[in-house]
Design a protein around this ligand. Sequence first.
Ligand SMILES: [Zn+2]
Ligand SMILES: [Zn+2]
Length: 306
Amino acid sequence: MNGFSYHEQILLLFSTPFYIIIIGAEILLSNFHFHKKTYTLKDTLTNIYLTLANGSIDMAFKLSYLWILTLVANHSATQPLSNTVVYWLLLLILEDFVYYWLHRFDHTTRFLWAVHVTHHSSQQFNFSVGFRSSVFEPLYRFIFFIPLAWLGFRPLDILFMYSATQIWGTLVHTELVGKLGWLEKILVTPSHHRVHHSSNPKYLDKNMGMFLIIWDKLFGTFQEELSEKEYAPIQYGLTHNLENPNAFTIIFHEWIQVFKDVTRGGLTWKQRMGYLFGPPGYSHDGSRKTSRQLEKEEEEARLSSK
Ligand SMILES: [Zn+2]
Ligand SMILES: [Zn+2]
């Protein structure tokens, strides 16, 4: 067993040339049709580097987490569903549901944000940003798949479904597609994901779904993309962008900051834990701000300026 199902190999075989074609098309279209430079060489090379780093860690760790998922599946509460259509449809919905929660924890717990921050560190937004992977996410992603294995879904099928929905999750990284009508109500669209990559306070930690947008609507993290007139132009990237990232700091900078914060002198244990497990932007002295504090401030400033 090499850790890839037959389905997943087929997926990889077809998706790679497909990505190359759409990235090429996006570069040409944005340059010559919209006269907008959405790609820079440095940023694109960084995205490729991060996807290779992520892929290597995933490969190295795959047999271990597959083994754990198989162990759970062997003690499953139920047999896999015999109706193939229902089985795959249910797997699609439940896998997307657990991904929503993985992604939500990525954004709301500092030690996971320290891993996920890389995906958000580009100030550009194009298909190649979809490859700007959270490098160490494969080390804990499988934990969220354990309930699915326990429910009777085959581990390789779970991983296949993750890869399949990830194709959609990659394709929504573009400025070339506007709003998609009724699809906006059900699926995660480029418009939704532009909001997700924006550092404007109102847009922080919103639209965390990969395939279905319904989870954000159900659990209170949905935000529609507003026009410049209604709100403000989108600023892609982080609230504090890295000045001169290198191959090392682009992956580890937030971890270095977490370490500095946690080991600072004169803090109580509760404050140290706040820096590790609290929301990004937590500070014991109010010197930094969390997403919700920033959003509240922006809203208050808007109301008082009226
Ligand atoms: Zn995110
Ligand atoms: Zn993204």
